[in-house]
Design a protein around this ligand. Structure first.
Ligand SMILES: *[C@@H]1O[C@H](CO)[C@@H](O)[C@H](O)[C@H]1NC(C)=O
Ligand SMILES: *[C@@H]1O[C@H](CO)[C@@H](O)[C@H](O)[C@H]1NC(C)=O
Length: 318
């Protein structure tokens, strides 16, 4: 089951480990310490509805810029500059070499994100667009981290359709699990209805991207010696490690124990044993999108950190 080799897999597979001989005391210790850090790192935070909804704008900005630039070659500043609220333009982010069908899908997603930003801006008020790092080098760093070695030639998200879809695999899923985690803590009808509707489209985007990738699951991502499915497993594994809250992210092919009702190796949608969506807290999300494993340490897509009260509260404590 090559496609399920998560990096540091002992950290993520504890719920499914079946071979007792594998559970040496060393691994027990690891699992125990993981469980402790998990409890500490994974508890809910206190925040107002407005702060929670504005927190999501950090991700919506990332999606808008990546999808608009990837499909059209221009971003928010050419389409709805007021939404950026004076935030700096992203670094990198160019038109990708996409096939015509994918290009139209990504363009639609890009404009959908403009709608999402507009809806939040109108209904609860906006935040400044944070500095975003959409450079090919940033994706290259993430992909190297995920596979555990330096890919040669360097991974370029913009060079073809499959690469762009793999890079996109990184993006709406984090928003989706964030929205699933947010809704139970919202107080007002207005914020619940807004976030439920954002979640609907976000999960649709994730599903489309994953289904497009699934159609190529067994194909090698040229020129690397790794399939599309293996890449998704590695990228999901990296996110599980960075977030430090167990298994909440699965590639497009899995061992049956992780498939729907323990019966499928296809895993077009990432979900738990009851096929319910996983959820994540804002600190988990920051650990992933900063690429640092720490909500206090910006980097990755957000060199200067996220905006809004929740993301900023962690930056100030440093
Ligand atoms: C973007 O990411 C790349 C790769 O990590 C890095 O070299 C570059 O300095 C980053 N840009 C900014 C503005 O942080
Ligand atoms: C799937 O397998 C797990 C053990 O790995 C078990 O706890 C669970 O009940 C099984 N689910 C179904 C629907 O068979």
């Amino acid at each position: 089951m090559n496609y399920f080799r998560f990096p540091h897999s002992m950290k993520t597979s504890h719920t499914k480990m079946r071979n007792p001989s594998f559970l040496s005391s060393f691994f027990f210790l690891l699992l125990l310490s993981h469980k402790v850090s998990c409890d500490y790192h994974c508890s809910p935070i206190k925040a107002s509805d407005v702060d929670r909804v504005q927190f999501a704008m950090n991700l919506e900005f990332l999606e808008a810029e990546f999808f608009l630039r990837g499909s059209l070659g221009q971003g928010l500043d050419s389409i709805a500059p007021y939404l950026a609220q004076g935030g700096p333009p992203p670094v990198g982010g160019v038109k990708a070499d996409l096939d015509p069908v994918t290009r139209r899908i990504i363009e639609e997603f890009g404009y959908q994100e403009v709608g999402h930003l507009g809806a939040i801006y109108t209904r609860v008020g906006g935040i400044r667009r944070p500095l975003l790092n959409l450079s090919a080098q940033n994706f290259e760093t993430i992909f190297n981290e995920a596979v555990g070695y330096k890919l040669q030639p360097p991974f370029n998200p913009y060079s073809n359709t499959v690469n762009y879809l793999l890079a996109s695999y990184l993006i709406p899923y984090v928003g989706l699990v964030g929205y699933v985690g947010t809704i139970p803590y919202l107080e007002t009808y207005n914020s619940k209805s807004l976030v439920a509707s954002l979640l609907g489209v976000e999960s649709g985007q994730d599903a489309v991207l994953r289904a497009l990738l699934y159609a190529h699951a067994d194909e090698k991502v040229e020129p690397y010696d790794m399939t599309v499915a293996e890449f998704t497993g590695r990228l999901s594994g990296l996110r599980n490690v960075l977030a430090m809250c167990g298994l909440k992210d699965e590639g497009i092919m899995v061992p049956k124990e992780l498939g729907a009702e323990n019966r499928t190796t296809s895993n077009v949608l990432s979900a738990d044993e009851y096929s319910l969506s996983y959820s994540r807290t804002p600190p988990e999300i920051l650990r992933i999108i900063y690429g640092s494993g720490s909500e206090y340490k910006p980097g990755g897509f957000y060199p200067d950190g996220g905006n809004g009260r929740i993301a900023q509260s962690f930056l100030k404590k440093d």
